[in-house]
Design a binder for this molecule. Structure first.
Ligand code: IPD
Ligand code: CA
Ligand code: CA
Length: 261
């Protein structure tokens, strides 16, 4: 299929998924395993909608999605095309009406990121990228900031149910505090990476993410000039969970605190 039409189709599916999120009225909330790990009926509805719409659009692709038991990566997924979907990234924000929450759709080709779309329906901001073709926010080209970390905001994420990662996460955040202007935590990893991509902040890290959290946003960030690695500077995994460190163009080196934790 023609690249432009495919990307447009993915963007239109993301817009419609955003509408489903905004129309939801007090959705039922279910608990998953671990502390404060939630899913709502809207997460499931959005994922079902996206799989239906995207499989009509691009029937040859496989799917990996966070919900509905579609969350297991198999070796056959490293070949051909694979949509990696997080129907709602920022589910706790969604439940408490504490925006942002976003729809995240990554398309992998032969195991590498090929297209990425992240949509925040509350601010009507759509981020998109195709490998090698730059990153865009609502059709405007974006570039990460070239300010040093000392003149920038930093952001980080941590899931409440990964209790074993708390000390390391907050130690790093504490260490970064003196090296940047201030630190934020939004509650959505895909949004955080898009914020680094669009120059709002210059560094984002998280000690453990799933592929659907970053498949789309890591491409958007790298196409905007960010360096996206794990927290030790190694390449991100595109077949399973990974830590993540996204640095804007102005943050040349990995701060030392990452190697101490
Ligand atoms: C979570 C968000 C959060 C991050 C967690 C993710 P979910 O995704 O991205 O910012 O800290 O690690 O699991 O559960 O809202 O889709
Ligand atoms: Ca997520
Ligand atoms: Ca999710």
């Amino acid at each position: 299929m023609e690249e432009k039409r495919l990307l447009e189709g993915i963007c239109s599916a993301a817009h419609e998924a955003g509408r489903i999120m905004k129309e939801a009225v007090r959705p039922k909330v279910f608990e998953k395993s671990g502390h404060a790990n939630f899913v709502t009926e809207t997460d499931e509805k959005v994922q079902r909608f996206l799989i239906e719409r995207l499989s009509e659009l691009f029937p040859e692709a496989e799917f990996l999605g966070e919900e509905d038991g579609q969350d297991v990566f198999t070796s056959k997924m490293s070949h051909g095309y694979l949509f990696v979907i997080d129907p709602i990234d920022g589910t706790s924000n969604f439940i408490y009406a504490y925006s942002p929450s976003v729809v995240s759709i990554g398309l992998m080709k032969e195991g590498s990121p090929y297209m990425g779309v992240v949509y925040n329906p509350y601010d009507e901001l759509l981020f998109k990228a195709v490998s090698g073709q730059g990153a865009y926010m609502n059709d405007e080209r974006i570039n990460s900031s070239d300010m040093p970390l000392s003149d920038s905001l930093a952001v980080f994420g941590t899931a409440p149910y990964y209790t074993e990662l708390r000390d390391a996460t907050f130690n790093i955040a504490k260490g970064l505090m003196d090296q940047c202007v201030d630190i934020r935590r939004s509650g959505t990893a895909a949004w955080d990476m898009c914020c680094v991509a669009s120059g709002k902040c210059s560094l984002y890290f998280e000690m453990r993410l799933q592929l659907w959290d970053y498949a789309a946003a890591s491409l958007i960030a790298s196409e905007a000039g960010c360096t996206v690695t794990d927290t030790k500077g190694e390449p991100l995994s595109y077949s399973g969970p990974s830590s993540a460190l996204c640095r804007a163009a102005g943050v040349k080196d990995i701060p030392e605190v990452f190697f101490r934790n």
